[in-house]
Design a protein around this ligand. Structure first.
Ligand code: PLP
Length: 380
């Protein structure tokens, strides 16, 4: 049977064994973390230890951390929860963001716009980089929040969020879902007010994430019904998932330097092999200032969706644009914002890998890719 090669880690990374082991022992904690008895207190202690672990790992000791169901919910809480807080106080109604955010940011932004907010989406350059000055300048016109992702899930471009936060006169929210374990992430050094995390992008379980909130940034809850998580996220916490997530953040942060250099070596090898064997392919991901594990590659004249299906049959998991957009036929809004044509965007495939990937996997990937493209050409 063909060995499967998993090149879709930006969609979801495999569960780390240490996170799985931590979850297994936490599953024995039967109490509700809000209960006063010993079982409840043990569950509470587990989530508070997990909270400290995540805050320490991301250099965010002074921040508040709210557990959520994932990055989508954390982004919604950051944008809509911040909007609720400022609307109650001063009536400011302006959000600045980028044109290349994940739909978990762009969706809430659209909702605010529909309710009368002014929303400005700053476009990136052809490499997917958004100018920090342009963002800050847009925010200087009375914004109450600026949202700029740390690293693109689709093309891997890393934004200079520290420069944005240093210049913006408004609190900055950054979606760091794709960054932890791949590039350095320090909440303090970035100077942001809010940061989104997703567990399953860094080897933790699915269905859990977090929003980090600087203490001087006001956010209001989106749900009613309980006092959990500083009243910002009512509902009983998912104890084992939180414990597994915290373990994954801790390990991914500790192992980052070694892991990212391994991932970068695979990226360099893939670029070389693609250049030699598939010279028509255009790598969209910039060589500098991008995640070490992501290559967005355009194959002129090829239908990216058909190629992803052919790759799947050939034993390779990859994706077209972001996984969340894979169900739709619309070309990626990120590639369009980067100035690519709709045709080029539809011809683009995303490859994303982890530190366990080796040079043989890279070689095998390019061989199978070549075969898929050749058989497509023969059929045409
Ligand atoms: N933000 C970014 C940058 C992502 O890449 C993703 C997942 O693709 C999300 C948010 C949504 O994450 P989750 O699945 O944890 O809700």
């Amino acid at each position: 049977m063909t060995r499967r090669l998993y090149f879709d880690q930006n969609a979801s990374a495999p569960l780390r064994p240490d996170a799985a082991a931590a979850m297994k022992s936490a599953e024995a904690l039967c109490g509700n973390p809000s209960s006063v008895h010993a079982e409840g207190r043990a569950a509470r202690a587990a989530i508070e230890t997990a909270r400290s672990t995540v805050l320490r790992s991301l250099d965010a000791a002074d921040a508040r951390l709210v557990w959520t169901s994932g990055a989508t919910e954390a982004d919604n809480l950051a944008i809509l929860g911040r909007a609720r807080a400022v609307e109650t106080r001063s009536g400011e109604r302006r959000l600045v963001t980028t044109a290349i955010e994940h739909s978990a940011v762009l969706g809430p932004a659209r909702r605010l716009e529909a309710s009368g907010w002014s929303v400005e989406r700053v476009a990136p350059d052809r490499e997917g980089r958004v100018d920090a000055r342009a963002l800050a300048e847009a925010a200087s016109r009375g914004a109450s929040l600026l949202s700029c992702m740390l690293a693109s899930n689709e093309v891997g471009t890393v934004q200079d969020v520290a420069a944005v936060a240093a210049r913006a006169g408004a609190p900055v929210h950054s979606d760091a879902s794709q960054a932890v374990g791949r590039i350095p992430v320090s909440f303090r050094a970035l100077g942001v007010g809010l940061m989104t995390l997703s567990s399953h992008k860094l080897g933790g379980p699915r269905g859990v994430g977090a929003l980090l909130i600087r203490r001087d940034v006001d956010v209001e809850a989106l749900f009613e019904g309980g006092e959990q998580e500083h009243g910002l996220r009512p509902g009983t916490e998912s104890v084992a998932a939180i414990v597994g997530f915290a373990k994954a953040v801790e390990s991914a942060s500790t192992e980052r330097i070694v892991a990212s250099s391994k991932m970068a070596a695979i990226g360099a090898r893939l670029r070389k092999l693609l250049g030699e064997r598939l010279p028509d392919a255009e790598v969209v991901t910039p060589t500098m200032g991008a995640l070490p594990n992501t290559l967005s590659v355009s194959f002129p004249g090829v239908d990216g969706r058909a190629l992803v299906v052919a790759l799947d049959i050939a034993g390779i998991a990859a994706s077209v644009g972001s996984a969340c957009a894979s169900g739709s036929v619309e070309p990626s809004h990120v590639l369009l914002a980067m100035g690519r044509s709709a045709q080029a965007a539809r011809a683009t495939v995303r490859l994303s890998w982890g530190a366990e990937c080796d040079m043989n996997d890279a070689e095998e990937l390019v061989q199978r890719l070549q075969r898929c493209l050749e058989s497509r050409v023969k059929e045409a």
